[in-house]
Design a protein around this ligand. Structure first.
Ligand code: NOJ
Ligand code: CA
Length: 533
């Protein structure tokens, strides 16, 4: 099927932390290849690899200095080909991370561009003169703190960096930049990758009139980034034209897909997700951070899904609860649960019942929790800069745990780049393989149930009006209806459900017409029974 991605479950691998093969304490491609059986045995459809390209690693690979080679830390192009071949043998598609909004400051394009105002790459980045008093050209802030502009004395100009100073933004208004980036993506398509995750897809363009962003009246939180409405530094309408060029490129190949990361929040993120996926000539799918934050209410999940569906009735989304940028959801939502395993299993059931595709983040199939780190263990730039107010992203990036009895839980024979701590090691794969009731077996059962239930994969979605903390919706496909219900709290709930039959591996019980949902309980019901409380 060419649209394999529409209901795909994509397993995100964070290469630095999956499996170290050569004993330097950092995960690598050979390590991934060795562990792909675990991924395939879950019953997922694809893997997404966070960046593996040549990089000074200032932002752990999201600062690329060569788009068409592998960083030696991770291996070689031959290792990559071997990994892709093994994944394909196991029936897994391979999605790689394209970080094209910015490069590393060590990319040869930037090294050349920064030399003068007249060199062949002079317009490849976003350069601007200072204001008459020497201050930066606009008020735009960097996501990682401080202004988004850095001074370059050789040109006597500022350059734009939406993220780190070492991540200069490419100038998408300059056509040769677009062409060069499309060429680098063609390189990987020709090499056999099945798709791309597009980093910060809504940051590609800036306002070429360099207008200031207006203030955000709802500003809160410790970061200056939240103080503005980012209408000129990103989210530009010009971006649609480039998304169409990207789609034209992937459409030249068979069954490839792109999922764009929309870096924004609230209704803006929902609007952009819809705008970027509407019709069939833009992105295949988008995801945003709407389900990666603290909100854990029925109202919130319903608002996000309905918002995207209204904005792009034909568009497709990809949902996730955890990734390499946010605290792991079992910890983040821990206050809504009595028991972390129950929360982990409920989250899996919910995520895998939502319409669209899904990204699982390595370790979430173990119910993995956020690792608590001390300052000396940190590597993430925003945390190093703003600790302790900003905790950073290291706590969700600690190594995958395979075997609690092996050194570093089987991740590496050397000291890992981030520590493996006892609470995380206790959730190792080998330990959970041994137990029937583990989170890992819950994930496998839920994934198998989804695969066997067409309504959960492709069904139209209609939410039911039940009071908090109950989230309920129906999925309909080709004469099959499944009703999904979740108790998003630590208090048991009772629902009147005449004539209902439980299906799949739920966490609920029926007595007569009464459906009992324990703390973090969930159920899939056959058909469309009336539900009342
Ligand atoms: C989003 C990525 O997920 C994050 O890890 C990275 O720091 C920024 N984009 C900048 O590339
Ligand atoms: Ca290694």
């Amino acid at each position: 099927m060419t649209e394999w991605w529409r209901d795909a479950v994509i397993y995100q691998i964070y290469p630095r932390s999956f499996q170290d093969d050569n004993g330097d304490g950092i995960g690598d491609l050979r390590g991934i290849t060795r562990r792909l059986d675990h991924v395939a045995a879950l019953g997922v459809d694809a893997i997404w690899l966070s960046p593996i390209f040549t990089s000074p690693m200032k932002d752990m690979g999201y600062d690329v200095s060569d788009y068409t080679d592998i960083d030696p830390l991770f291996g070689t192009l031959a290792d990559f080909d071997a990994m892709v071949a093994r994944a394909h043998d196991l029936g897994l598609k391979v999605i790689i991370d394209q970080v094209i909004s910015h490069t590393s400051d060590k990319h040869p394009w930037f090294e050349e561009s920064r030399q003068s105002r007249s060199n062949p790459k002079a317009d490849w980045y976003v350069w601007a003169d200072p204001n008459p008093d020497g201050t930066p050209p606009t008020n735009w802030p960097s996501v990682f703190g401080g202004p988004a502009w850095e001074w370059e004395p050789r040109r006597r100009q500022y350059y734009l960096h939406n993220f780190l100073i070492q991540q200069p933004d490419l100038n998408f208004h300059h056509r040769p930049v677009q062409d060069a980036l499309l060429d680098t993506m063609r390189f990987w398509l020709d090499r056999g990758v099945d798709g791309f995750r597009l980093d910060t897809v809504n940051y590609y363009f800036h306002d070429d009139k360099l207008r200031d962003n207006p203030p955000n009246p709802d500003a809160d939180g410790p970061e200056t980034y939240g103080y503005q409405q980012h209408i000129h530094s990103k989210n530009r309408p010009e971006n649609i034209g480039f998304l169409k060029r990207l789609r034209a490129l992937t459409d030249e190949y068979d069954a490839r897909m792109m999922v764009g990361e929309v870096g924004d929040g609230g209704d803006t993120a929902i609007r952009i997700m819809a705008e970027y996926t509407e019709g069939s000539d833009r992105l295949h799918m988008c995801y945003s951070f709407e389900m990666l934050g603290p909100a854990f209410t029925a109202r919130h999940f319903r608002h996000v899904i309905e918002g995207v569906q209204k904005g792009a009735p034909d568009g497709h989304s990809c949902w996730s609860f955890s990734n390499h940028d946010v605290p792991r959801h079992v910890t983040r939502w821990g206050d809504h649960a009595l028991n972390r395993d129950d929360l982990a299993k409920q989250a899996a059931a919910m995520l895998l019942s939502f319409p669209g595709s899904v990204c699982l983040y390595q370790g979430e199939e173990l119910g993995q929790t956020e690792t608590e780190l001390v300052y000396a263990e940190l590597t993430d730039p925003p945390a190093l800069r703003f600790w302790p107010e900003v905790k950073g992203r290291d706590g969700c990036r600690t190594p995958m745990v395979w075997d609690a009895d092996a050194p570093n839980a089987g991740f590496s024979s050397a000291k890992p780049w981030l520590p493996v701590k006892e609470p995380q090691a206790a959730r190792a794969v080998a330990t959970q393989e041994a137990g029937n009731d583990s989170v890992l077996s819950g994930y496998r059962a839920t994934l198998a149930h989804r695969k066997a239930t067409p309504a959960l994969r492709w069904g139209a979605t209609r939410f039911l009006d039940l009071p908090e903390p109950l989230l309920a919706f129906r999925r309909d496909h080709d004469g099959q209806t499944v009703t999904c219900i979740f108790n998003l709290s630590k208090t048991p709930a009772v629902v009147q459900a005449a004539g209902c039959t439980l299906i799949g591996p739920g966490h609920a019980s029926l007595s007569g017409d009464v459906l009992n949902l324990p703390a973090n309980g969930f159920a899939w019901l056959d058909g469309a029974p009336d539900l009342t409380v």
